[in-house]
Design a protein around this ligand. Structure first.
Ligand code: NAD
Length: 255
């Protein structure tokens, strides 16, 4: 912790790079958590592909509506809330997230780069134009259900969630912004990501190659930690407030 605080004190720009683990303490399951109810027999990674949507659009649309519903009922936790506090304490702060929830925005972070898209948007499966959803189309039962997706107002094909599925490319503008931020930062703080979903998972390596220090915050040791890397083991909602306190960034942050 002391080493991480020293590195931060010598730096001006911080990029926070977050994964599903940062939202776990808000009650949003990561890929490793067991699913319950209607989804218990499904592997989420199998629901998150264009092929799955083609095979069973109502299953996949229902799964994403249920996740959106789950996120709407969740609140940002201390880890999300800490990030804008680093900005208040004088650092230039950016956020790149693999998450499709909006908890960073609701915690007050601005211009969050979503490299895997967002649960809050929808677009046409065929013509890719964005689609608007009415409150009625967002309704889903507590445990989730299969729901036939609404149709695109332009071409009448099905709408799909505005997220990046496995085997799909990341949105070019988001990826370009992420690369620029990572190459220009002094410190990258990678929070709650297993580092297995490429190419986003290559971001810490990109930061190291550009001369930045990398601080990992995770419940588990994440891979090999080299000379310019620091591992802070623990839950994000505890470790980030401790780090903020260690650099003199004000009072303890709680959710
Ligand atoms: P992952 O599920 O593969 O890994 C989660 C990581 O977070 C693990 O390394 C785990 O040890 C760590 N972790 C769990 N709880 C933690 C906590 N309280 N504090 C700190 N670390 C904690 O997630 P990933 O690396 O983000 O990659 C998989 C993909 O999952 C991403 O593309 C993302 O889009 C998607 N996803 C997003 C959400 C979301 O939007 N909230 C939820 C599930 C999956």
């Amino acid at each position: 912790m002391q080493r991480a605080a020293d590195v931060l004190r010598r730096s001006k720009t911080i990029v926070f790079f977050s994964g599903a683990g940062i939202s776990a303490e808000s009650g949003i399951p990561t890929f490793r958590d067991k699913l319950t109810g209607l989804w218990a027999k499904h592997d989420p990674q199998r629901l998150e592909t264009a092929d799955a949507f083609r095979d069973n659009p109502a299953l996949v649309w229902g799964w994403y509506l249920w996740r959106r519903h789950q996120v709407s009922g969740a609140k940002p936790n201390a880890a999300h809330l800490c990030i804008p506090r680093f900005q208040d304490a004088g650092w230039e702060v950016s956020v790149i997230t693999q998450n499709i929830d909006d908890l960073h925005e609701r915690a007050g972070s601005l211009d969050v780069v979503h490299v895997h898209g967002s649960l809050m948007g929808a677009k046409c499966f065929a013509c890719h134009r964005p689609g608007e959803l009415t409150p009625d189309q967002l309704r889903v039962s507590e445990e989730g259900q299969w729901i036939e997706p609404p149709r695109c107002e332009h071409c009448n094909e099905r709408l799909r969630p505005g997220v990046v599925w496995f085997k799909e490319k990341m949105p070019e503008d988001a990826w370009r912004s992420a690369v620029r931020l990572v190459r220009d930062c002094d410190v990258l703080i990678s929070v709650g990501t297993s580092g297995v979903v490429m190419p986003a998972a290559g971001i810490p390596e990109m930061a190291l190659a550009a001369g930045a220090a990398v601080i990992h915050v995770n419940l588990e040791e994440v891979g090999w930690v080299g000379a310019d890397e620091i591992m802070l083991k623990g839950s994000a909602g505890v470790v980030l407030p401790e780090l903020l306190l260690a650099v003199g960034g004000g009072d303890n942050v709680t959710a």
